[in-house]
Design a protein around this ligand. Structure first.
Ligand SMILES: [Zn+2]
Length: 251
């Protein structure tokens, strides 16, 4: 079957898909071997297509592709489903899963980080299956791990000014990429800082080990807004553009 040198076999997770013409689909795949690629799958929306439903967001698939040398698009030849991570989940969990796909569709990172990033995404999708409460905190932990791989590490319980661990945080400095404790914070600070409420500070303090606290804490919508805003500001600062995740706005 794979006798042409342009045939490629790859494993990947579908990040985004758009209908194309009457029966086709163009989708973005986070490929373990190739990083993020765009693929056109002709005819897969036909009722009699055996691949109907294969190309769905966050499906992990094994595909045979063909690379047209004159185009950036890969051509879908055949494939099979390895894992589906979205089936049977609540609306809220679907949103948190979709946010990961949206994020990976937007991030750019070097080829040598693809393997690590792939494993991280997979771990997140698997772990989320058994989370019933405060899934957003697992998404934040996932973000912190991404930041680390990408070299834009954010330590939620280390003060960026004094370096002390475990002090109560009162603000986030966008330019310094870190949190500021109550001992170091001055009202007159010229730096662009975002204030943090006491409740949010409590969540930040336990975020690195949040898995141990998931069923004991309450995370209000206000805390969710504050922390989503901070993490998106951090990404915006790093990528020099306004970084939005539409999925998170649906929470
Ligand atoms: Zn400090």
């Amino acid at each position: 079957m794979t006798n042409s040198s342009r045939d490629i076999k790859t494993t990947g997770i579908v990040l985004k898909k758009n209908k194309f013409r009457e029966t086709s689909v163009i989708f973005n795949l986070f490929s373990l071997e190739l990083g993020r690629i765009s693929v056109i799958a002709k005819g897969v929306r036909k009722n009699k297509s055996k691949y109907i439903g294969l190309i769905d967001i966050l499906n992990e698939v094994e595909l045979e592709l063909y690379k047209n040398p004159e185009s950036n698009l890969y051509l879908f030849k055949s494939g099979r489903l390895l894992n589906n991570y979205t089936y049977g989940n609540s609306y809220r969990k679907q949103v948190l899963l979709s946010a990961a796909a949206e994020l990976y569709n937007k991030l750019s990172f070097p080829d040598d980080e693809v393997g690590q990033m792939y494993q991280l995404l997979k771990n997140y999708l698997v772990f989320m299956q058994q989370v019933n409460k405060n899934g957003i905190a697992i998404f934040w932990r996932f973000l912190l791990r991404i930041f680390k791989i990408m070299g834009i590490n954010l330590e939620p319980n280390v003060c960026i000014k004094c370096g002390e661990i475990g002090n109560k945080m009162v603000a986030f400095s966008v330019h310094s990429s870190g949190f500021i404790c109550q001992n170091c914070y001055r009202q007159s600070q010229a730096d662009f800082v975002v204030g943090i409420s006491a409740k949010t500070a409590e969540i930040l303090a336990i975020l690195p080990n949040i898995g141990n606290y998931l069923n004991q804490i309450e995370i209000s919508d206000k805390i969710i807004k504050e922390l989503n805003n901070i993490f998106l500001l951090h990404l915006s600062e790093h990528f020099h553009q306004n970084f939005r995740l539409k999925s998170l706005e649906m929470l």
